[in-house]
Design a protein around this ligand. Structure first.
Ligand SMILES: Nc1nc2c(ncn2[C@@H]2O[C@H](COP(=O)(O)OP(=O)(O)O)[C@@H](O)[C@H]2O)c(=O)[nH]1
Ligand SMILES: [Mg+2]
Length: 243
């Protein structure tokens, strides 16, 4: 059985999903893929089933509820139940360049790391076509979060990540209540607090050309509010240095 589970959360990504699954198959051929679809109404659910029927390495979970965070946490539970050693998360929309996926996994394996982040904001990372407002918000949001939570992690909201199951088994998912960007930050925080080794490798990002972002402006404000509260309460996300 493959050691790696690649998770693709989807909400109305019919024009992007096939390409993303193809990229994952190309760059991480010896992995299994789990698509978690939240009742997409644009044909994504049916397309995912078709991809699953054509490729036994692709499994689809259909949920009637919605939520990026709960979709990711459900995939973590699935990975732990099925004995995978690593969980890789990727967006369906093709914005992140997945050509370096195997390098991220290799870094996790060889460095015995618990979280490897495909980072847009480290040297070698790249961001293209992102609207100035979104770019500034991402940059300031990351800088603010770093200061408030005392962490060195440069890209706290990237969704391309490799998690070790060892660290996921130590996260109390029932206590994780945040959504969207705040959820991504909370995971980094909890992993750091659980003693996880975290590293970032550069990744290139080109803003999605097809379909719409599911994250709302509100999600950024909510994340800012949470980070402020966590920071004032003394919550810190300082990871152990990479092993
Ligand atoms: N299953 C599931 N996936 C979601 C949900 N919201 C967003 N996604 C997926 O999560 C990924 C990231 O969302 P996206 O809209 O690209 O966020 P952005 O990159 O911050 O603009 C995409 O693959 C979305 O289809 C949700 O409620 N449920
Ligand atoms: Mg996206």
């Amino acid at each position: 059985m493959p050691e790696i589970l690649v998770v693709i959360p989807t909400l109305n990504e019919v024009d992007n999903l096939s390409r993303t699954v193809g990229r994952v198959r190309q760059h991480l051929p010896h992995s299994d893929v789990l698509v978690v679809d939240d009742d997409s109404q644009d044909g994504t659910a049916e397309l995912a089933d078709k991809l699953g029927a054509e490729d036994r390495g692709v499994t689809v979970v259909h949920r009637t509820s919605r939520g990026f965070a709960s979709a990711i946490m459900e995939s973590f539970r699935y990975a732990l139940e099925h004995g995978y050693n690593y969980v890789v998360t990727v967006d369906a929309d093709g914005a992140y360049d997945l050509a370096t996926l195997s390098e991220l996994v290799e870094a996790a394996r060889t460095g015995d790391l618990d979280l490897v982040i495909g980072s847009r904001w480290v040297p070698g990372g790249d961001v293209k076509n992102m609207a100035v407002r979104r770019r500034l918000t991402s940059w300031f949001g990351n800088t603010y979060t770093r200061r408030m939570l005392g962490t060195s992690v440069q890209d706290l909201t990237s969704t391309v990540r490799v998690y070790s199951s060892r660290i996921l088994a130590r996260i109390p998912f029932d206590k994780v209540k945040s959504e969207a960007y705040a959820f991504q930050i909370e995971l980094v925080t909890r992993i750091a607090q659980a003693g996880g080794h975290i590293a970032e490798l550069p990744i290139a990002y080109v803003e999605r050309a097809i379909g719409k972002s599911k994250m709302r402006a509100k999600d950024m404000f909510v994340a800012g509010g949470r980070v402020t509260r966590w920071g004032l309460r003394g919550v810190r996300a300082r990871p152990k240095p990479g092993a």
